[in-house]
Design a protein around this ligand. Sequence first.
Ligand code: 13P
Length: 251
Amino acid sequence: MRRKIIAGNWKMNKTIVEAVALAAAIKREVGQIEHPVMVICPPFTALTEVSMALKDSEIQVGAQNMHQEDSGAFTGEVSAEMVLTSGCSYVILGHSERRTLFSETDQLVNAKTRKALTVGLTPIVCVGESLTQRQAGQMETVIEGQFNGLLDGLSAEEIRRIVIAYEPVWAIGTGQVATPEQAEEVHRFIRGLLARQYDEATASEITILYGGSVKGSNAAGLFAKENIDGALVGGASLKADEFVAIVKAMI
Ligand code: 13P
């Protein structure tokens, strides 16, 4: 059985005080219920405090990015070890906002993914096509190209330690969620790529999350699909009740 995960990407939101309050509210609302793996990803500045606030819960903490080198003259950057020792077990890599706004390439994300794995972080590696690409009928080519670049050279053992997130760019922050059928089609396609590159058993073990305008009201339909193993949530993860509603839709 592959891991089901609900992850919240807080993006550039929340001061330390606000982040701790939101983490505490999520912990309170999720209470004692049996829940899937929950990961919250605050900004770097709040990682340590949020990790401490969640110490006595099963909720995991992740970063939203990291640098691929161990240390050195990289002003403004944060290493994998820094992320790990801030209390994180996950790291989001290759988010479309990093690719479009900060020029991250598949090769760079591949290097970051390898580094994250060497320190024992679980990378959540993002793929997804733009609206223009989808409308031009290029969805599969784009996803396959990203997949090959991002995961280039990873062994089956390494690939089993990553999580993939399918985030169609046209659905991120737009309120225009992919239909369960649209998302399932791509998730099935990605699992097929994994089976081809590795083997069926490996492909069936890998968690593939959907991201893009997920809310409490549309989550259950997505989670009902065979190949959708959870969600990477942006805007709706900034409100405790909405995020927990998504978690409950998985139960
Ligand atoms: P929204 O849920 O706000 O569309 O953002 C999705 C996302 O980018 C998560 O990484």
